[in-house]
Each structure stands twice: as C-alpha cells, then as structure tokens.
Design a protein. Structure first.
Length: 134
C-alpha cells in the first residue's frame, strides 16, 4: 500500500471558518465607532487572505501544502496583531481593541491546529520512508 492517503478537508474548512470570522470582525470594526479604519482593514486583510488560502487549497489539493504554509504565516501575523490592540494601563477596552484581541486568539488557535497538522504530516512521511523498498 504505497498510495498516499487522501488529505482530509478539516484544515481547509477550518481555515475558511476562522478566516470568515476574522473578516467579519474586520468589517464590524471598520463600520463601528473606531476613529481609524486601520485596525479593521488589517483584520479584513488577514481574514480575506485566510479565506483565499482555504478556497485555493480546496480547489487545488496538489498545492495544499504550499498554500497552507502561506496560511500559517498569515495566522502568525494575526497572532502578533494583538500587540496593536492592547489598551494603556488602566484604560477600558474599546470595541476595536476587543475585536482585534478575539481575532488574534482565533489566529492563535488556527496556528496551533496548523502546527499539529504539520507535525502529523512530518511523522507520517518519516514512518513511510523508513519502510524498506523492494
């Protein structure tokens, strides 16, 4: 049985889900009472890139590995985006800061899922390459 198992659709579907939530959060932030649209645009860019990665990996499974590497990079950027949303000491959280922090937490969860998937794929490749070839 040398055939590769078919990849599951969980990772691209989860990417679409998280990307959609981050995109809606960005739109919500832009429409909200924020004095600047920059935080909302950042979240919308992260969400739309994750959406594009999810759709592309479903459309072309041959390039899924490369597309998911782009998606993990975007999720890493989304994790770091929380640093722009932290309120000053003693100040209350605004709507923009709260939405940005929640989206950063979602990107952290997505990053952890990607990392687990990459480790599982690496272990699967290592175990299949250790078999002797006839």
């Amino acid at each position: 049985m040398d055939a590769k198992p078919t990849p599951t659709l969980f990772i691209p579907t989860f990417t679409l889900l998280i990307g959609g939530v981050v995109l809606v959060g960005g739109l919500f932030t832009m429409i909200g009472d924020s004095p600047s649209t920059a935080p909302g645009l950042t979240l919308a860019a992260i969400g739309s890139t994750l959406e594009a990665c999810g759709m592309l990996s479903l459309a072309s499974p041959a390039f899924r590995k490369h597309i998911m590497h782009v998606a993990i990079l975007v999720a890493l950027f989304g994790m770091g985006n929380v640093l722009s949303a932290l309120p000053a000491a003693g100040e209350a959280w605004t709507q923009t800061e709260l939405v940005t922090a929640v989206c950063s937490i979602l990107c952290t969860v997505l990053f952890a899922v990607y990392l687990k998937s990459f480790v599982n794929a690496r272990r699967g490749n290592a175990s299949s390459s250790s078999k002797p070839v006839n």
